[in-house]
Design a protein around this ligand. Sequence first.
Ligand code: GLA
Length: 741
Amino acid sequence: MKKIYKYIISPTCILTSLFAVLAQITFAQTVTIPVETANNALVLQVDKGKDVNTVYFGTKLANAAEYDQVTGVYKQFCVCNGTGDYTGLLSSAYTPSGSRNLAEPAITVTHADGNNSLDLKYVSHNVTKISDDVSLLSIVLKDPVYDFEVTLYYKSYFKNDVIEQWSVIKHHEKGNVTLNKFASANLYLKAKSFWLRQYHGDWGKEMQPEETRITHGIKTIDTKLGARANLFEPSVFMVSFDKPATEDEGNVLYGAMEWSGNFRVDLELDPLDNLKIIAGINNFASAYTLKPGEDFTTPAFLYTFSDKGKGDASRKLQSWARNYKLMDGKGSRLTLLNNWESTFFDFNESRLSGLLQDTKKLGVDLFLLDDGWFANKYPRNDDHAGLGDWQENRKKLPNGIASLVKEAQNDGVKFGIWIEPEMVNPKSRLYETHPDWVIKQPKRDEYYYRNQLVLDLSNPQVQDFVFSIVDSLFIKSPGLAYIKWDCNAVIYNAYSAHLQNQSHLYIEYVRGLYKVLERVRAKYPAVPMMLCSGGGGRVDYAALQYFTEFWPSDNTEPMERIFIQWEYSYFYPALISANHVTDWGKQPIKFRTDVAMMGRLGFDIPVSKLSGNDLQFCQEAVKTYNTVKQIIFQGEQYRLSDPREQSVASVMYVDSVKTSGVIFNYLVNNRFDEGSKLPIRLKGLDPVKKYTIKEINLYPGIVSPIDSAKSYSGDFLMRIGFNPEVNAGRTSVVLQINESR
Ligand code: GLA
């Protein structure tokens, strides 16, 4: 790493004498530490006082030596102290508190002697090359007074411009230290203005965007729900610099916490008009007691940046996820028939046998048996009872799951199953036997979410129990091919009968969950698993290391889904978006199927009740999907027409060599005469190549107006566009584009 030696001359206030100026000319060493990726740079600098500051974040400069001159051209001083910000800490790479700091800190501690002050000075740094693409920078910081240390980690993925950042905190004081706040990352950004796109939601309403200019003070995005933590708010967000980024223009940062519990992201526009982003586990009710010599490793905060708009940023993140983060990110996914909405809790072996036949008839890979198959003393016939008692219900399934798995295999389809292993109904044998395994206040009334409570995963016995639910299913039925892992309740009355220190519960819950998932993956590394949480109540990149897909929402009304899937797609690839065709809403089966095809396709409809044409359409659609799904799963995604701005929503997937693509188009405004009046400009093609476009997924008997014999250059299609001819009579149009030779 390059060290830059220089004279530091501080401009001083008007009355300063020449002698004073000379006295401030000191020979000092600054160390510049750039974290460069293909297009971007995060530049840190150690100043003469050994504070580590962020001096630059954005598109990288052609000449890295010039990072040193960046701070010199900013004159954002506080007027009355001439040179600084009152603290010398505003741009800190990891803001300590209790000493000079006046802003939101990244870390707050109470030392073993009760003192609350912390200062963190540079000690050393090190860069390890993990692969051609991945590097790990670590920076060690120490308090000059206390034996307290923080190491900052920056794992950079060069090609995708992604950084994962976390910290490891430890000390060797004479007693325990309390960590009152312990962020993963602390960014410092400069721009004329900042625009935040954040998301809120509720059951059936996931990923509702709001975009606002960030004003001075602190905006916090957080959750305190413990489990199903994203019910009201996920941690994913975007910050645009100078003006709101569009799909193809503007500087935009994407951020996300890799943590499946309480998180907190503070965005503070400071007195100098710069933006500090501090992200980590939520410290709400979570002061952490750290023993001498023990490490506290924070989860990673993930971010990427693009100067080419939201689309480019999302493609970087999607590519990174497939390459580095997701379980089986480069693989394929199974199509399936789920029984939740067609039967709810009301089924038996013969009804399921019929559904296995329907699975085969439809042509999908797998049958997924949902909730309601378990519990005997308190049978799971609705959501009031049985959760926790994972034995097959003898009345509904006298021959057990194993016989159904075998029957499915004989029918030539795979078999998957729903579980919700972290939860318990008070009406269950589990609750009667192990009330101490349940998160609840000992002296207060219980309070329920969907008639259930959360098990205390901080307790290793509970971890064993949860692992054993999955394990025994596979031991009894080795042919089991898929798990839907649900998590429907939030944590009320947070109290663990197991933990000494109650303020560790929210953190230990998540750690316990990851321990169980580690064990599941160690023993069953390949089985596909869906991450479900009453819909998208738990979607994050930490959990997604163990899952092959997520359930975006219980809301499968296809018009709603266009919007929900659109927003998720900024952060997650289509490969992991589990989309089911259901009977929600009034759209025809074609519209519903087309929307579900923009991800991992499944059905949750009574197949036996489909009309002849509807069934034929679905069967053909599954076949068509199988021919294009790899483009959807592994291709580049381009958002062509935004349903929030236009009457037509249009999304395109193109393979990496730009020879084939699929374009989904929907009418999202049913006012009179709405439709695709203008051509829609395609993206991601080779301008020189020639392409033909044909309509696929046609309903039986329908003739497409699209002339598939015509050929267009990529240049034409990207400059002028193509008209999918969406209108009130053609509300959903799927096009396949291929290079013509
Ligand atoms: C949750 C899931 C649904 C379904 C039900 C079963 O709500 O999101 O898909 O599995 O539980 O109870």
